[in-house]
Design a protein around this ligand. Structure first.
Ligand code: SF4
Length: 436
């Protein structure tokens, strides 16, 4: 673990490089391989022709960075991973992507284990422009199987002096460079329509950085437009507020999901590594907003998002217990020392610790009856999804019961989600005015 442990002594020093880990003695299951790929990254063998076969890997977003999207096929489900390939640690990885016998494989050079992989192709609409002339891939991108849209120009934390950006983030360096800084409503609608028609997306996820407490207001017209004119499940991930009526308003406009990136459960890590969130928002605001929306929207409709591999794993596990205790999804990103971020020299996390975190996550979801893998067609490549951790379930009757319950729920909720994904009319006058 990094050396940041004692309260009030959190420094912003890159910890020592981690010791080399022992190679596993058996092949990993798809979730274990996903975790290890997030921790170690992967090299690309010259046998691969990714310029023909893969999606663009030129983008970096927040703390997750750019990576190569791959799919690891599996018995319970196929697992989507955005594998680090550009960061220096990935160049030292024991994993190598090779192309052999008309297929892609992830080869572990340590003991020769070879895992089949698929590479999702770049969608045809990435190469087209909208009617306003904006390249579609600059409006939104597929992240796994959903459409991710960064709705407004870069995060205000980057414009403070001194800068208050989160230390793992590169958004201020990338939004507006790799994509359009200001999104036009019509562009967003066109891209969402293309992604739905051609890539079969069911979920559009809007996120943004800090915009002086107007974040939910900025999101409102986009939510309304996609719900009413495209028809999809819609998620919003913006800086939270204690003006809870703004969440009610977005729910009225059709928002199906809210997520809250509070990053670190340990308040010292939150304070030191997310100075803007600490100074201008406060960790408690994240908690209160998550509690409010989770209670209002029901089990599995909201997420608390954290980064694993920086704060002590006991704190990460506490976060998972807190989030699942509210009935929300624990969205846990494995820390990626993204190129250009303030933390680029930090070591990436250790596999054994991350496996323990995700085994704990499975148990916490089971104990709290969180409905994992129920929503249709949503595979997230940037994190280890709670549904992926089914591969880590202990062989017990409790796990089998949970698996059976979630499968039944998936069938029973199909008509509900079909109804939620139809385009529908929403009154424009409902937007942006506070309740009387
Ligand atoms: S809030 Fe933090 S993580 Fe999000 S864009 Fe701003 S600096 Fe980056």
């Amino acid at each position: 673990m990094p050396s940041l442990t004692a309260k009030d002594s959190v420094s912003f020093e890159a910890p020592q490089p981690r010791a080399v880990e022992e190679a596993p003695q058996r092949p990993l299951n798809p979730c274990e391989l996903e975790i290890d790929l997030f921790c170690k990254g992967m090299r690309i063998d010259p046998t691969c022709d990714l310029s023909q076969d893969a999606r663009l890997i030129t983008r970096t977003r927040a703390g997750l960075g750019s990576g190569l999207e791959i799919i690891i096929p599996g018995r319970l489900k196929d697992v989507w991973v955005n594998v680090p390939v550009e960061e220096p640690f990935a160049r030292q990885s024991c994993y190598r992507l090779i192309y052999k016998e008309s297929a892609y494989w992830v080869l572990d050079d340590r003991q020769g284990f070879c895992y089949k992989a698929r590479i999702p192709p770049e969608p045809a609409w990435y190469k087209r422009s909208t009617s306003l002339g904006t390249p579609m891939h600059k409006v939104g991108v597929l992240q796994g199987t959903y459409l991710g849209i960064y709705i407004s120009n870069s995060c205000g934390f980057w414009h403070h002096s001194p800068s208050l950006n989160c230390k793992f983030c590169t958004t201020g360096l990338n939004v507006g460079v790799n994509e359009e800084a200001e999104k036009e409503l019509e562009d967003v609608v066109e891209v969402a329509r293309a992604a739905k028609a051609e890539s079969g997306i069911t979920f559009v996820h809007f996120n943004s950085g800090y915009h002086t407490h107007s974040d939910l207001d900025i999101a409102a017209p986009f939510v309304k437009a996609v719900k009413s004119r495209v028809g999809a499940l819609v998620g919003v991930q913006v800086i939270p507020t204690l003006d809870f009526w703004k969440y009610d308003r977005l729910m009225d406009l059709g928002a199906d999901h809210f997520s809250f990136c509070y990053e670190f459960h340990n308040p010292d890590y939150f304070r030191k590594l997310c100075p803007g969130k600490e100074k201008l928002v406060g960790q408690q605001t994240f908690f209160r907003a998550l509690e409010y929306t989770s209670k209002k929207m029901g089990k599995g409709a909201c997420s608390g998002e954290i980064i694993a591999g920086v704060e002590p794993i006991e704190d990460t596990m506490k976060a998972i217990d807190y989030i699942t205790g509210l009935g929300a999804f624990p969205t846990v990103c494995i820390f990626r020392p993204t190129k250009g971020s303030d933390m680029e020299d930090w070591p990436s996390p250790r596999y054994e610790e991350m496996r323990a975190v995700f085994a704990h996550l499975y148990e916490a979801c089971r104990k709290n009856n969180i409905p994992i893998d129920v929503t249709p067609g949503i595979e997230v490549s940037l994190v280890v999804q709670p549904g992926d951790t089914r591969y880590l379930a202990p062989d017990s009757w409790e796990s089998r019961m949970y698996e059976m319950k979630t499968k039944c729920l998936k069938q029973l909720t199909r008509p509900y989600f079909w109804w939620k994904m139809r385009p529908g009319y929403i009154d424009a006058s409902e937007i942006l005015s506070p309740p009387q």
